[in-house]
Ligand binder design. Structure first.
Ligand code: SF4
Length: 393
């Protein structure tokens, strides 16, 4: 396929595909799917070999958010029966993080619900970062606290944060249909603040919210322009009790095409499969490792993921290896420190609803077809941070 040869060549040169080429990837047929995966897999291996980076989520504060992001189980008015708790203490967060690190994670993502942190919240998170780093010198810490005010990114950086996550989630033109309490521009502004403060920017998307192919391509091209180091790709978990509960729009094949498109547009960037992996990729998860070089280990913010042990077995069985603490994730040309100046060569997780993942609550129905809703696969998190039960890692 000429399209795929062209996209591989461009990916190896870090050249931006055209919008038409990105749209064509999303329009490929099921007969062409393995060729698409193989092509994007070449680009993935060129820049990241067979390494898989493991990230571990610690939900510092759950639920009770005043914002109205439609995809999010923690939103204002959410009827989802999730865990609700206020700020974990630094030693509680540090214990949760330690479980993930012992399981093989090299990055800990500290996430809190809410529009954005107060200065007092930044102090709390700073204390938490220090507590984690005292115990684990090599750990990467990413904060995900919502919209940042002036100076807060710098304070997090000084406290030892390595990265900041804030997702664009969807295209600028449809953002207002998803959230009304803040704007797309607010989100872009926070990613820029993180970048400017020398934090590694992490910003991604949520697929499956009823968006068009054009919306998906728009948001991925916007991400490339923003130049984050990591791009989490969430697949919407349609939580009962949220406005998007009936939006079951994804099949495993569609998820693979989306990941391939993101890889072609952001070839040398850490592409992470985030929330919804178990719900939407299901038995196709190992194939997605040929496209993404990063996943979350264990549970998500408000829902349960497959067992951490199953994540590790999947990686080994598929012929990949967990990236060690001493290995650098990004290609050398991206590690010289906050670049952002070279044209379009980069493209880089707040809860993004998507990071709220899943685990089979019961055995899957034997007759399930690829495009059937699978609410049976969505299980609210009842263990780990904010509970007395051991975390999944
Ligand atoms: S995504 Fe973040 S800001 Fe939006 S409702 Fe959920 S917790 Fe609140």
């Amino acid at each position: 396929m000429d399209l795929l040869n062209t996209l591989v060549d461009k990916g190896l040169r870090r050249e931006t595909p055209t919008r038409a080429e990105a749209l064509a990837v999303l329009a490929t047929t099921d007969d062409e799917l393995l060729d698409v995966v193989a092509a994007a897999g070449k680009v993935r291996r060129h820049w990241f070999g067979r390494r898989v980076k493991l990230n571990y989520l610690v939900n510092l504060k759950s639920g009770l958010c005043p914002e109205d992001c439609s995809y999010c189980s923690q939103r204002l008015g959410s009827k989802a029966d999730i865990l609700k708790y206020t700020w974990l203490k630094p030693d509680e967060a540090s214990r949760a993080a330690a479980a993930g690190l012992a399981g093989g994670a090299k990055r800990v993502c500290l996430v809190a619900s809410g529009r954005g942190p107060t200065d007092r919240d930044v102090d709390r998170v700073s204390d938490t970062i220090k507590a984690i780093k005292e115990q684990n010198e090599d750990v990467e810490v990413c904060a995900c606290l919502g919209l940042l005010s002036d100076g807060q990114a710098e304070r997090l950086r000084e406290a030892g944060a390595d990265a900041y996550n804030h997702n664009l989630n969807t295209s600028e033109s449809t953002y207002g249909e998803i959230t009304t309490t803040h704007t797309y521009a607010d989100r872009v502004d926070t990613v820029r603040k993180a970048h400017a403060a020398g934090l590694s920017a992490c910003s991604g998307l949520i697929a499956g919210m009823g968006e068009t192919d054009e919306d998906l391509v728009d948001v991925v091209f916007s991400l490339r322009e923003l130049d984050p180091d990591s791009v989490p790709v969430n697949f919407l978990i349609p939580f009962e009790g949220t406005p998007l509960a009936k939006e079951w729009n994804l099949t495993p094949q569609r998820c693979l095409r989306i990941l391939a498109m993101v890889r072609f547009v952001c070839p040398d960037v850490e592409v992470r499969i985030a929330g919804g992996r178990e719900v939407h990729l299901r038995t196709m998860q190992p194939l997605a490792l040929h496209l993404a070089n990063s996943i979350f280990l264990g549970d998500y913010l408000t829902s349960e993921g497959q067992a951490g042990k199953a994540d590790l077995e999947m990686i080994a069985d598929a012929g990949f290896e967990v990236e060690g603490a001493g290995e650098v994730t990004l290609p050398e040309h991206r590690t010289g420190g906050g670049c952002g100046s070279h044209e379009g060569s980069r493209c880089g997780s707040h809860e993004g609803g998507g990071v709220c993942g899943t685990v089979p609550a019961s055995a899957p129905a034997a007759s399930a077809s690829a495009d059937e809703p699978r609410p049976d696969l969505v299980a609210v998190r009842r263990r780990g941070a904010g509970t007395d039960l051991a975390p999944n890692a």
